[in-house]
Design a protein around this ligand. Structure first.
Ligand code: NAD
Length: 354
Protein backbone atom coordinates (compact mmCIF):
# COMPACT_ATOMS: atom_id res chain seq x y z
CA UNK A 1 0.00 0.00 0.00
CA UNK A 2 1.35 3.36 -1.04
CA UNK A 3 1.08 6.23 1.43
CA UNK A 4 1.82 9.77 0.32
CA UNK A 5 3.09 11.80 3.26
CA UNK A 6 2.85 15.60 3.11
CA UNK A 7 4.45 17.12 6.23
CA UNK A 8 3.70 20.80 5.45
CA UNK A 9 4.77 23.64 7.72
CA UNK A 10 5.37 24.62 11.34
CA UNK A 11 4.77 21.65 13.63
CA UNK A 12 3.59 19.59 10.61
CA UNK A 13 7.00 17.98 9.94
CA UNK A 14 7.54 17.39 13.69
CA UNK A 15 4.29 15.51 14.27
CA UNK A 16 4.55 13.68 10.94
CA UNK A 17 8.02 12.40 11.94
CA UNK A 18 6.37 10.66 14.92
CA UNK A 19 3.64 9.16 12.73
CA UNK A 20 6.34 7.81 10.40
CA UNK A 21 8.07 6.17 13.38
CA UNK A 22 4.79 4.41 14.13
CA UNK A 23 4.32 3.35 10.49
CA UNK A 24 7.91 2.06 10.35
CA UNK A 25 7.35 0.05 13.53
CA UNK A 26 4.21 -1.48 11.99
CA UNK A 27 6.14 -2.18 8.77
CA UNK A 28 8.76 -4.08 10.78
CA UNK A 29 5.89 -6.18 12.10
CA UNK A 30 4.80 -7.06 8.58
CA UNK A 31 2.52 -4.21 7.41
CA UNK A 32 3.33 -3.82 3.73
CA UNK A 33 3.60 -0.09 3.06
CA UNK A 34 5.62 2.26 0.91
CA UNK A 35 5.97 5.84 2.09
CA UNK A 36 6.82 8.73 -0.19
CA UNK A 37 7.01 12.35 0.95
CA UNK A 38 6.25 15.57 -0.93
CA UNK A 39 5.94 19.24 0.02
CA UNK A 40 2.66 21.10 0.48
CA UNK A 41 1.72 24.55 1.78
CA UNK A 42 4.41 27.09 2.61
CA UNK A 43 7.19 24.52 2.17
CA UNK A 44 5.97 23.86 -1.37
CA UNK A 45 5.59 27.58 -2.09
CA UNK A 46 9.20 28.14 -0.98
CA UNK A 47 10.41 25.31 -3.21
CA UNK A 48 8.35 25.98 -6.33
CA UNK A 49 6.10 29.03 -5.90
CA UNK A 50 2.99 26.82 -5.67
CA UNK A 51 1.41 25.58 -2.39
CA UNK A 52 0.21 22.44 -4.21
CA UNK A 53 2.76 21.54 -6.92
CA UNK A 54 1.68 19.18 -9.70
CA UNK A 55 4.17 16.54 -8.51
CA UNK A 56 2.60 16.54 -5.01
CA UNK A 57 -0.90 16.22 -6.42
CA UNK A 58 0.23 13.42 -8.75
CA UNK A 59 1.78 11.53 -5.85
CA UNK A 60 -1.37 12.00 -3.74
CA UNK A 61 -3.59 10.77 -6.61
CA UNK A 62 -1.45 7.69 -7.18
CA UNK A 63 -1.30 6.77 -3.47
CA UNK A 64 -3.79 4.55 -1.64
CA UNK A 65 -3.94 7.07 1.20
CA UNK A 66 -2.52 10.48 2.03
CA UNK A 67 -1.19 11.52 5.44
CA UNK A 68 -0.76 15.22 5.99
CA UNK A 69 0.70 17.40 8.77
CA UNK A 70 -0.45 21.02 8.72
CA UNK A 71 0.14 24.09 6.61
CA UNK A 72 0.51 27.81 7.17
CA UNK A 73 2.85 30.27 8.78
CA UNK A 74 3.08 33.93 9.69
CA UNK A 75 5.53 34.74 6.91
CA UNK A 76 3.05 33.56 4.27
CA UNK A 77 0.14 35.63 5.62
CA UNK A 78 0.88 38.59 3.35
CA UNK A 79 1.02 36.54 0.11
CA UNK A 80 -1.80 36.83 -2.45
CA UNK A 81 -4.61 34.41 -1.57
CA UNK A 82 -4.01 32.05 -4.55
CA UNK A 83 -0.51 31.10 -3.35
CA UNK A 84 -1.12 31.03 0.38
CA UNK A 85 -0.45 27.68 2.08
CA UNK A 86 -4.12 27.21 3.03
CA UNK A 87 -5.04 27.25 -0.68
CA UNK A 88 -2.84 24.17 -1.13
CA UNK A 89 -4.87 22.45 1.56
CA UNK A 90 -8.25 23.48 0.15
CA UNK A 91 -7.16 22.48 -3.36
CA UNK A 92 -5.90 19.01 -2.43
CA UNK A 93 -9.19 18.28 -0.60
CA UNK A 94 -11.16 19.42 -3.64
CA UNK A 95 -8.90 17.68 -6.21
CA UNK A 96 -9.08 14.37 -4.32
CA UNK A 97 -12.84 14.78 -3.89
CA UNK A 98 -12.62 13.99 -0.16
CA UNK A 99 -15.97 15.46 0.80
CA UNK A 100 -16.63 13.58 4.04
CA UNK A 101 -14.55 14.76 6.96
CA UNK A 102 -14.85 12.57 10.06
CA UNK A 103 -13.64 14.20 13.27
CA UNK A 104 -13.97 12.09 16.39
CA UNK A 105 -13.79 13.94 19.71
CA UNK A 106 -13.07 11.35 22.38
CA UNK A 107 -12.04 12.11 25.92
CA UNK A 108 -9.54 9.59 27.25
CA UNK A 109 -10.26 8.98 30.96
CA UNK A 110 -6.65 9.90 31.85
CA UNK A 111 -7.14 13.39 30.37
CA UNK A 112 -10.29 14.30 32.22
CA UNK A 113 -8.37 16.94 34.18
CA UNK A 114 -6.88 18.43 31.01
CA UNK A 115 -10.34 19.43 29.79
CA UNK A 116 -11.45 22.94 30.60
CA UNK A 117 -14.89 21.55 31.51
CA UNK A 118 -15.77 19.81 34.75
CA UNK A 119 -15.24 16.05 34.74
CA UNK A 120 -18.95 15.28 35.27
CA UNK A 121 -19.79 16.97 31.94
CA UNK A 122 -17.07 15.44 29.80
CA UNK A 123 -16.07 12.07 31.21
CA UNK A 124 -16.98 9.34 28.75
CA UNK A 125 -17.37 11.85 25.92
CA UNK A 126 -17.36 10.25 22.46
CA UNK A 127 -18.72 12.49 19.69
CA UNK A 128 -18.20 12.14 15.97
CA UNK A 129 -18.45 15.33 13.94
CA UNK A 130 -19.03 14.79 10.23
CA UNK A 131 -18.12 17.93 8.33
CA UNK A 132 -18.80 18.38 4.63
CA UNK A 133 -15.41 19.38 3.23
CA UNK A 134 -15.53 20.37 -0.42
CA UNK A 135 -18.43 22.82 -0.63
CA UNK A 136 -19.98 25.75 1.25
CA UNK A 137 -18.67 29.28 1.58
CA UNK A 138 -15.04 28.09 1.28
CA UNK A 139 -15.56 27.17 -2.36
CA UNK A 140 -18.69 29.06 -3.51
CA UNK A 141 -18.38 31.53 -6.36
CA UNK A 142 -18.47 34.46 -6.94
CA UNK A 143 -16.05 35.60 -4.30
CA UNK A 144 -13.56 38.39 -4.11
CA UNK A 145 -13.08 42.05 -3.36
CA UNK A 146 -14.50 45.11 -5.06
CA UNK A 147 -14.80 48.81 -4.53
CA UNK A 148 -18.23 50.42 -4.48
CA UNK A 149 -19.12 53.56 -6.39
CA UNK A 150 -18.70 55.41 -3.12
CA UNK A 151 -15.08 54.20 -3.01
CA UNK A 152 -15.60 51.76 -0.14
CA UNK A 153 -13.88 48.36 -0.24
CA UNK A 154 -16.07 45.25 0.04
CA UNK A 155 -15.15 41.60 0.49
CA UNK A 156 -17.67 38.90 -0.45
CA UNK A 157 -18.01 35.10 -0.53
CA UNK A 158 -20.84 32.83 -1.62
CA UNK A 159 -22.35 30.24 0.69
CA UNK A 160 -23.75 27.47 -1.49
CA UNK A 161 -24.70 23.81 -1.36
CA UNK A 162 -26.35 21.75 -4.08
CA UNK A 163 -28.95 19.10 -3.27
CA UNK A 164 -26.58 16.31 -4.36
CA UNK A 165 -23.72 17.60 -2.21
CA UNK A 166 -25.99 17.62 0.84
CA UNK A 167 -27.47 14.22 0.00
CA UNK A 168 -24.12 12.41 -0.29
CA UNK A 169 -22.81 13.72 3.04
CA UNK A 170 -26.18 13.02 4.69
CA UNK A 171 -25.98 9.36 3.58
CA UNK A 172 -22.52 9.12 5.17
CA UNK A 173 -23.93 10.69 8.36
CA UNK A 174 -26.82 8.23 8.63
CA UNK A 175 -24.64 5.22 7.79
CA UNK A 176 -22.09 6.17 10.43
CA UNK A 177 -24.90 6.82 12.96
CA UNK A 178 -26.27 3.31 12.28
CA UNK A 179 -22.92 1.87 13.46
CA UNK A 180 -22.97 3.98 16.65
CA UNK A 181 -25.83 5.08 18.93
CA UNK A 182 -28.25 5.73 16.02
CA UNK A 183 -28.53 9.41 16.93
CA UNK A 184 -27.78 12.09 14.35
CA UNK A 185 -27.93 15.82 15.01
CA UNK A 186 -27.81 17.93 11.86
CA UNK A 187 -26.52 21.45 12.51
CA UNK A 188 -27.42 24.42 10.32
CA UNK A 189 -28.66 28.01 10.40
CA UNK A 190 -32.02 27.36 8.79
CA UNK A 191 -33.70 30.25 10.59
CA UNK A 192 -31.68 32.71 8.47
CA UNK A 193 -29.83 31.10 5.55
CA UNK A 194 -31.36 29.70 2.35
CA UNK A 195 -28.42 27.30 2.04
CA UNK A 196 -29.33 25.90 5.45
CA UNK A 197 -33.05 25.67 4.64
CA UNK A 198 -32.19 23.42 1.70
CA UNK A 199 -29.70 21.51 3.91
CA UNK A 200 -32.43 20.80 6.47
CA UNK A 201 -34.98 19.75 3.82
CA UNK A 202 -32.57 17.35 2.10
CA UNK A 203 -31.27 15.82 5.35
CA UNK A 204 -34.84 15.31 6.59
CA UNK A 205 -35.81 13.64 3.30
CA UNK A 206 -32.86 11.25 3.41
CA UNK A 207 -33.60 10.54 7.07
CA UNK A 208 -36.77 8.72 5.93
CA UNK A 209 -34.51 6.07 4.39
CA UNK A 210 -32.94 5.46 7.82
CA UNK A 211 -35.94 5.11 10.15
CA UNK A 212 -33.82 3.52 12.90
CA UNK A 213 -31.78 6.71 13.28
CA UNK A 214 -33.19 9.42 15.56
CA UNK A 215 -32.62 12.61 13.57
CA UNK A 216 -32.64 16.01 15.23
CA UNK A 217 -31.85 19.48 13.91
CA UNK A 218 -30.08 22.23 15.80
CA UNK A 219 -29.13 25.78 14.90
CA UNK A 220 -25.38 26.32 14.89
CA UNK A 221 -25.40 29.02 17.56
CA UNK A 222 -27.34 26.74 19.87
CA UNK A 223 -25.06 23.79 19.01
CA UNK A 224 -22.01 25.88 19.96
CA UNK A 225 -23.65 26.56 23.30
CA UNK A 226 -24.87 22.97 23.89
CA UNK A 227 -21.39 21.58 23.13
CA UNK A 228 -20.03 23.26 26.23
CA UNK A 229 -23.24 22.96 28.27
CA UNK A 230 -24.12 19.28 27.89
CA UNK A 231 -21.75 17.79 25.30
CA UNK A 232 -22.68 14.18 26.04
CA UNK A 233 -26.15 14.70 24.52
CA UNK A 234 -24.43 14.39 21.11
CA UNK A 235 -23.40 11.22 19.32
CA UNK A 236 -22.99 12.07 15.60
CA UNK A 237 -23.11 15.71 14.47
CA UNK A 238 -23.59 16.30 10.75
CA UNK A 239 -22.83 19.76 9.42
CA UNK A 240 -21.43 21.88 6.60
CA UNK A 241 -17.88 23.02 5.97
CA UNK A 242 -17.88 26.35 7.82
CA UNK A 243 -19.90 25.28 10.87
CA UNK A 244 -17.98 22.00 11.10
CA UNK A 245 -14.67 23.84 11.03
CA UNK A 246 -15.65 25.91 14.04
CA UNK A 247 -17.58 23.32 16.06
CA UNK A 248 -14.85 20.69 15.76
CA UNK A 249 -12.22 23.08 17.16
CA UNK A 250 -14.62 23.81 20.00
CA UNK A 251 -15.19 20.09 20.59
CA UNK A 252 -11.44 19.50 20.64
CA UNK A 253 -11.11 21.48 23.84
CA UNK A 254 -13.57 19.15 25.55
CA UNK A 255 -11.04 16.38 25.03
CA UNK A 256 -8.18 18.32 26.60
CA UNK A 257 -6.37 19.68 23.56
CA UNK A 258 -6.61 20.28 19.84
CA UNK A 259 -3.44 18.14 19.73
CA UNK A 260 -5.59 15.05 20.43
CA UNK A 261 -8.03 15.24 17.49
CA UNK A 262 -7.38 13.22 14.32
CA UNK A 263 -9.44 13.38 11.17
CA UNK A 264 -10.24 11.36 8.09
CA UNK A 265 -11.48 12.92 4.85
CA UNK A 266 -12.99 10.34 2.54
CA UNK A 267 -14.12 10.21 -1.07
CA UNK A 268 -16.92 8.02 -2.47
CA UNK A 269 -14.61 4.98 -2.49
CA UNK A 270 -13.11 5.50 0.98
CA UNK A 271 -9.81 6.75 -0.37
CA UNK A 272 -8.72 9.18 2.27
CA UNK A 273 -6.70 12.17 3.31
CA UNK A 274 -5.73 11.91 6.97
CA UNK A 275 -4.59 14.81 9.12
CA UNK A 276 -4.72 16.16 12.65
CA UNK A 277 -7.35 18.89 12.94
CA UNK A 278 -4.87 21.42 14.29
CA UNK A 279 -2.87 23.90 12.24
CA UNK A 280 0.86 24.54 11.97
CA UNK A 281 1.02 26.17 15.44
CA UNK A 282 3.77 28.71 14.66
CA UNK A 283 3.91 29.66 18.36
CA UNK A 284 5.41 26.28 19.30
CA UNK A 285 6.99 25.14 15.99
CA UNK A 286 10.55 23.84 16.04
CA UNK A 287 10.62 23.51 19.82
CA UNK A 288 9.75 19.83 20.30
CA UNK A 289 6.59 20.94 22.15
CA UNK A 290 3.81 19.76 19.83
CA UNK A 291 1.56 16.87 20.75
CA UNK A 292 1.89 14.23 17.99
CA UNK A 293 -1.02 12.06 19.19
CA UNK A 294 -3.62 13.61 16.84
CA UNK A 295 -1.38 12.70 13.89
CA UNK A 296 -0.69 9.20 15.24
CA UNK A 297 -4.44 8.72 15.77
CA UNK A 298 -4.92 9.89 12.16
CA UNK A 299 -2.69 6.96 11.14
CA UNK A 300 -5.06 4.67 13.05
CA UNK A 301 -8.02 6.14 11.12
CA UNK A 302 -6.12 5.58 7.85
CA UNK A 303 -5.51 1.94 8.75
CA UNK A 304 -9.20 1.51 9.56
CA UNK A 305 -11.01 3.41 6.82
CA UNK A 306 -8.78 3.22 3.76
CA UNK A 307 -6.36 0.35 4.31
CA UNK A 308 -8.94 -1.97 5.89
CA UNK A 309 -6.67 -2.99 8.79
CA UNK A 310 -9.03 -2.73 11.74
CA UNK A 311 -6.93 -4.81 14.15
CA UNK A 312 -3.78 -2.78 13.46
CA UNK A 313 -5.77 0.46 13.81
CA UNK A 314 -6.90 -0.77 17.21
CA UNK A 315 -3.30 -1.60 18.15
CA UNK A 316 -2.25 1.99 17.43
CA UNK A 317 -5.18 3.39 19.43
CA UNK A 318 -4.40 1.02 22.31
CA UNK A 319 -0.75 2.15 22.24
CA UNK A 320 -1.93 5.78 22.56
CA UNK A 321 -4.20 4.81 25.48
CA UNK A 322 -1.28 2.94 27.02
CA UNK A 323 1.11 5.93 26.93
CA UNK A 324 -1.58 8.11 28.51
CA UNK A 325 -2.12 5.47 31.20
CA UNK A 326 1.61 5.44 31.84
CA UNK A 327 1.39 9.18 32.49
CA UNK A 328 3.23 10.50 29.42
CA UNK A 329 2.06 14.06 28.67
CA UNK A 330 3.04 16.80 26.25
CA UNK A 331 2.53 20.32 27.63
CA UNK A 332 -0.92 20.83 26.10
CA UNK A 333 -2.46 17.84 27.93
CA UNK A 334 -0.57 18.05 31.21
CA UNK A 335 -2.53 18.92 34.32
CA UNK A 336 -0.67 21.01 36.85
CA UNK A 337 2.18 19.13 38.49
CA UNK A 338 2.37 16.46 35.76
CA UNK A 339 5.74 15.84 34.14
CA UNK A 340 5.99 17.04 30.53
CA UNK A 341 7.77 15.29 27.65
CA UNK A 342 8.53 16.49 24.12
CA UNK A 343 7.16 15.60 20.69
CA UNK A 344 9.94 13.12 19.93
CA UNK A 345 9.71 11.41 23.30
CA UNK A 346 5.93 11.03 22.90
CA UNK A 347 6.49 9.41 19.49
CA UNK A 348 9.04 7.02 21.01
CA UNK A 349 6.66 6.20 23.88
CA UNK A 350 3.93 5.20 21.41
CA UNK A 351 6.37 3.02 19.46
CA UNK A 352 7.47 1.34 22.72
CA UNK A 353 3.85 0.77 23.68
CA UNK A 354 3.19 -0.80 20.27
P1 NAD B 1 -3.39 26.09 15.30
O1 NAD B 1 -4.26 24.91 15.34
O2 NAD B 1 -2.14 25.99 14.51
O3 NAD B 1 -2.99 26.52 16.80
C1 NAD B 1 -3.96 26.92 17.77
C2 NAD B 1 -3.36 26.75 19.18
O4 NAD B 1 -3.29 25.35 19.49
C3 NAD B 1 -1.93 27.29 19.29
O5 NAD B 1 -1.76 27.85 20.58
C4 NAD B 1 -1.07 26.05 19.16
O6 NAD B 1 0.17 26.13 19.83
C5 NAD B 1 -1.96 24.96 19.76
N1 NAD B 1 -1.73 23.68 19.12
C6 NAD B 1 -2.10 23.31 17.87
N2 NAD B 1 -1.70 22.07 17.60
C7 NAD B 1 -1.06 21.62 18.70
C8 NAD B 1 -0.40 20.39 19.02
N3 NAD B 1 -0.32 19.36 18.16
N4 NAD B 1 0.16 20.29 20.25
C9 NAD B 1 0.09 21.30 21.14
N5 NAD B 1 -0.52 22.46 20.88
C10 NAD B 1 -1.07 22.64 19.67
O7 NAD B 1 -4.28 27.30 14.77
P2 NAD B 1 -3.87 28.83 14.44
O8 NAD B 1 -2.83 29.30 15.41
O9 NAD B 1 -5.15 29.53 14.33
O10 NAD B 1 -3.23 28.76 12.98
C11 NAD B 1 -1.83 28.69 12.73
C12 NAD B 1 -1.61 28.45 11.24
O11 NAD B 1 -2.12 27.17 10.88
C13 NAD B 1 -2.32 29.46 10.33
O12 NAD B 1 -1.45 29.74 9.26
C14 NAD B 1 -3.55 28.69 9.84
O13 NAD B 1 -4.00 29.13 8.60
C15 NAD B 1 -3.02 27.30 9.77
N6 NAD B 1 -4.04 26.24 9.90
C16 NAD B 1 -3.82 25.12 9.16
C17 NAD B 1 -4.68 24.05 9.30
C18 NAD B 1 -4.35 22.80 8.54
O14 NAD B 1 -3.27 22.67 8.00
N7 NAD B 1 -5.27 21.83 8.49
C19 NAD B 1 -5.75 24.11 10.20
C20 NAD B 1 -5.92 25.27 10.97
C21 NAD B 1 -5.04 26.32 10.81
Amino acid sequence: MKIAVLPGDGIGPEVIAQAIKVLNALAKDGLKIEIEQAPIGGAAYDASGDPLPDATLKLARAADAVLMGAVGGIRYDTLPREVRPEQGLLRIRKELGVFANLRPAILYPELVNASTLKAEFVSGLDILIIRELTGDVYFGKPRGRRTTNGGEKEGFDTMMYSESEIARIAHIGFKVAMKRDKKLCSVDKANVLDTSMLWREVVSGIGKEYPQVALSHMLVDSAAMQLVRRPKQFDVILTGNLFGDILSDEASMLTGSIGMLPSASLDEKNKGLYEPIHGSAPDIAGKNLANPLATILSVAMMLRYTLGKESIAKRVEDAVKNVLQQGFRTGDIAASGEQIIGTNEMGDAVVNAL
